[in-house]
Ligand binder design. Structure first.
Ligand SMILES: [Zn+2]
Length: 341
């Protein structure tokens, strides 16, 4: 790894501190280097607050060093007036010596404009340093803008003999370590989806518990509105989108959105795009998961398996024939990670 890569790697580390907290904005980290020494660091904490570059600039004690310094940033500096003025202009105004960019921002509002402002000001700018890692860092943001849908993560837990429940009634499958992993996943992702059957049989609240984090937006697919409103998914702990075939109304934190039953996946993607949902965990149940699998509409799958648990009868786990790219052991449970091609 050369020096430029090392500093961009540091930008990625900084950016990751805000995972799950910046929606709809991307994760961005920035480092300012003078004569081989880091003199400033920053990252974007949440939407509406300073961008990474500004936090890094503000952290520099001796601002007179800036014209002799290089600013590293994991994503192309912005060029548009949003809640804050454009970072590319700030970089130009302060007259940095050089700008090193991880990945370019494909978002319409930036898309090369940030780098151009910097270069037009006579500042040397290079991009594409640890590009793959910088794109991976913002896989949610890039998928959302490029594919006009959220980044989709399928997730379920199954017994050693491949069942999701015991005699069609909910049963605990994963251990406490895995449960902690699951709550971290909820805190990291933007939304979480269940179908009617899962909401009825498990009555889940789908909130983040036992760890610190923001509750994901809950998405319930319930065409006939069979799930009673005193069920946990309707409680006040998080915003809930109820996609159904009956009504289109908003009541406080609950938004009913009418969609068509036929080809509902494309309607669902359209709604999630409109609601600016950048990533979603598909939590189940089997019927819902299988529809995503069969249409190839997924980016990652996470399968939790309790090898020693035999349930013998119940709902079969979804049919899924892919090769895991990574498997981790959590005591007697394993978590396998899959990536869509
Ligand atoms: Zn910016």
């Amino acid at each position: 790894m050369n020096n430029d890569e090392l500093y961009i790697k540091r930008c990625i580390e900084l950016a990751q501190k805000a995972l799950g907290k910046t929606y709809p904005n991307p994760l961005v980290g920035s480092v300012i280097v003078h004569n081989g020494e880091i003199i400033g660091e920053g990252y974007h904490h949440k939407a509406g607050e300073n961008h990474a570059e500004i936090n890094a600039i503000n952290s520099v004690k001796d601002k007179s060093l800036i014209p002799e310094s290089t600013i590293y940033v994991s994503l192309e500096p912005c060029a548009h007036y949003g809640k804050t003025p454009p970072c590319a202009l700030k970089i130009k105004e302060l007259g940095f010596k050089k700008v090193v960019i991880g990945a370019m921002d494909s978002h319409d509002k930036v898309n090369g404009k940030g780098k151009k402002i910097i270069q037009d000001a006579g500042i040397e700018a290079i991009s594409g340093i640890l590009e793959k890692e910088c794109i991976e860092l913002n896989k949610r943001f890039f998928t959302y803008h490029e594919k006009k849908r959220p980044y989709i993560i399928l997730k379920w837990a199954e017994s050693g003999d491949g069942f999701l429940d015991k005699d069609f009634k909910p049963t605990a499958i994963s251990n406490t370590l895995v449960n902690q992993f699951v709550h971290q996943l909820r805190a990291d992702e933007h939304a979480i989806l269940v179908g009617t059957q899962t909401a009825l049989t498990d009555n889940p609240s789908l909130t983040v518990r036992n760890i610190e984090g923001i509750n994901p937006v809950r998405v319930l697919i319930d065409f006939e509105l069979k799930v009673p409103e005193d069920f946990k998914i309707y409680n006040h702990q998080a915003r809930t989108l109820v996609l159904n075939a009956i009504k289109d109304t908003t009541e406080d934190h609950i938004q009913f959105i009418k969609i068509k039953k036929e080809n509902f996946l494309s309607d669902l993607m359209e709604v999630l795009y409109k609601e600016q949902i950048q990533s979603i965990i598909i939590e189940g149940g089997r019927f819902t998961l299988q529809q995503f699998i069969n249409t190839g509409l997924w980016d990652e799958a996470i399968i939790i398996k309790n090898e020693n648990l035999k349930l013998e009868n119940g709902t079969k786990a979804p049919e899924f024939s892919h090769i895991a790219c990574k498997t981790e052991n959590y005591r007697d449970n394993t978590i396998s990670f899959f990536k869509s091609k």
